[in-house]
Design a protein around this ligand. Structure first.
Ligand SMILES: *Cc1c(COP(=O)(O)O)cnc(C)c1O
Length: 414
């Protein structure tokens, strides 16, 4: 394998390297390559949450004067610094699952036609759409795209035909890391009469998402992966401004009401993006999303995306040299421009190797069935030496046969 010194030289030349010091590390030995499942804790978030506790303790309900605008304010930050949208088009609230339900439900109430989703799409997206297809009595058309590539615009066009209402696609595929062509897929769906809801969960903070440039209609995504906002932090949703007046959330809550504290009136949605709020937003989580968004803003999403590509390219190169002879195969696109900031390696014994990496080698990737190990390299805090260590320790585990002693039973969380 290429010498570790080569990785160290790449780190020395990395202008983003100092951002690593802004995050909490429990120990220096563990190589954490699962930040695409749960990102690290920014040190500033600790201070921010302490300050929030103090506000709660001292100001009680009066503090809501400052808290109430957070969903829209943090949405504006994500719009301009992370997702290439305009202020007033994004709001931070609820989970990705609930936001997808709200936007998909709004589209189905707006127009007739079928629902299109890839059979290999992230489970929660498929589940939400199965439920909505049943309750709205719509046909659910499952695409069967190449799992390494995700759906193409041609496949979406063919599935939509001329009678589709809704398409849901991940911008970066959760398993393979493949980047979907947002502009082409949006246009293909529109020709078939459909709006697309993009799932940005694995894209936000990893690649340059350009919602406005691509003409995107709608999007959702989570904040605890590359945005480092912590477990259960709220998700976001995007609705292009011209679509806002015609789409209504199927969850009519008081935070989406036009004049929230005029309490006697019947429901009438807010004129802007706040119409997609439902109930009381999680303020501690929102504060953490703001810190995470500001870190991306400070580093610059262009620079982060470029570093993400460099990290996955380095990983793919090392895997080709030292892991391919041991039965590993790249299960991600080969062109780094077509990938997010994670890669998947396929191996017949992937589950046991993943366990051995975590239990015996101090490397934390994750397993995605049936046969992939995912290595995530969040560019804010991942070093080239982390990539090198993760892959070199994988080589050692398999060469020593560490995994052969483990049983093949799957755990509750993989
Ligand atoms: C992580 C992820 C989600 C998470 O949904 P939650 O409702 O936040 O649990 C949704 N979609 C995709 C594609 C994801 O990667």
């Amino acid at each position: 394998m290429t010498a570790r010194a080569d990785a160290e030289a790449r780190d020395a030349a990395d202008a983003l390297a100092p951002f690593r010091e802004r995050f909490a590390f429990a120990d220096d030995d563990t190589v954490y390559v699962d930040g695409n499942s749960l990102g690290r804790l920014p040190l500033e978030t600790r201070a921010r949450l302490d300050a929030l506790e103090e506000e709660w303790a001292t100001r009680l309900v009066q503090a809501w004067h400052d808290w109430i605008d957070l969903p829209v304010r943090v949405g504006d930050l994500l719009a301009t610094a992370v997702l290439g949208a305009r202020p007033g088009e994004i709001v931070v609230c609820d989970s990705t699952t609930v936001n997808l339900y709200k936007l998909a439900g709004a589209v189905l109430a707006d127009r007739p036609g079928a629902i299109v989703v890839d059979a290999g799409e992230f489970p929660t997206d498929r589940y939400v759409l199965e439920g909505l297809a049943a309750s709205h009595r719509r046909e659910l058309r499952l695409l069967d795209s190449d799992p390494g590539l995700g759906p193409t615009a041609d496949e979406v066009a063919a599935a939509c035909g001329t009678d589709a209402a809704l398409v849901v696609v991940s911008s970066v595929h959760y398993r393979s890391g493949a980047v979907a062509d947002m502009r082409a897929i949006t246009a293909a769906a529109r020709d078939g009469g459909a709006l697309v809801v993009w799932d940005l969960s694995h894209a936000a903070g990893a690649i340059e998402v350009a919602l406005e440039d691509a003409g995107a209609d709608l999007a959702v995504g989570c904040s605890y992966k590359y945005l480092n906002a912590g477990p259960g932090s709220p998700a976001y949703l995007f609705v292009r401004s011209d679509l806002q007046p015609r789409l209504r959330s199927p969850i009519q809550g008081w935070f989406g009401q036009r004049d929230q504290f005029a309490m006697e009136r019947p429901y009438e949605p807010d004129a802007g993006i706040a119409r997609f709020l439902a109930g009381t937003p999680p303020i501690a989580g929102l504060a953490a999303v703001e810190v995470g968004g500001r870190l991306v803003e400070e580093a610059g999403i262009g620079a982060l995306a470029a570093k993400g590509r460099a990290l996955t390219e380095y990983a793919a190169e090392l895997a080709g040299v030292s892991l391919a002879p041991l039965g590993f195969e790249l299960a991600s696109p080969t062109d780094p421009r077509c990938r997010g900031a994670h890669i998947a390696l396929r191996h017949a014994d992937a589950w046991r190797i993943c366990r051995a990496l975590i239990e015996r080698a101090g490397v934390v990737p994750d397993f995605r069935g049936p046969d992939s190990i995912r290595f995530g390299f969040p560019p804010l805090y991942t070093r080239f030496v982390d990539v090198w260590e993760a892959l070199d320790r994988t080589r050692q585990v398999v060469e020593r046969g560490d995994h052969l002693a483990l049983d093949t039973t799957l755990a509750r969380v993989t």
